[in-house]
Design a protein. Sequence first.
Length: 290
Amino acid sequence: MKPTDLEFSHEALDPPPGRPPIHVKWLGTAGFSIEHDGYTLLIDPYVTRASLFDCIRSPLRSDALAIRRHVPVADAIIAGHTHFDHVLDVPGIAQATGATVYGSRSCTTLCQTSGVPSAQVVDVEGHRGVEPFRAEVGPFELRFIPSVHSAFLFGRIPSAGNISDCDQIPLRTTGYRCGAVFGVDIRVAGRRIYHLGSADLLDGHPDRDVDLLLMCVAGWTTTERFCPRVMGSLRPGAILLSHWDDFFRPLDEPARALPAMRMGRLVDSLTAVDPSVQIGTLPIMGSLRL
Ligand SMILES: [Zn+2]
């Protein structure tokens, strides 16, 4: 099964008549913009999409032109973890737009070392409490749920550890260490959206019944019982599949799946738990409304 065989229609999730829609746009990889009522969130926006050659050859630099072309002006930027394909562009977008960044200590260090003012960066990891860290951005209510990264590299998490303030910017790909991992629970206009940026999670989530799960595909085959666990923990009504695309290809070329994503098997495993769940993809820069 090809990802394009699964494309959602624009109106797939039935926005109710009479209220401004929530627009969810896929930016490629685990990146999304979510807009409602004049406010915009970005999650894991990665539009530089350095080639494999550039990733191996030299430290990575964010592509300011790609940011200007593809990233909407946002009120907040959320980083679920700090691998390069999630945060390379975060400091540049923050500096270009003034948006507030929410992320781990590793993300905070990266942003501050890159010159983003401290007042513009929120460390969601430093929060100590029973309840998850919460924030409000316009009509959006955010909860940062501790999560885990899939251990897809021979049973290990690639580039584990934190970006530290001793690291030299620009970093090589391996310098973008994972940092603490968060799922992001977003509540807006009576809907719940959950961003799962890596294909693993901690069991026993505080709340289930997510309307739309933005779900990472890469790594799902090496995470034990991923499908029943994600379905049981979040009980999603709909799933938008992400992070299945080859992110070494430029954004203006059609998305092509990474090897071994096994999309057909993934869909079968998810629908085996709940046959009513809607599952789909979007083209890069495609959007849906809910
Ligand atoms: Zn990652």
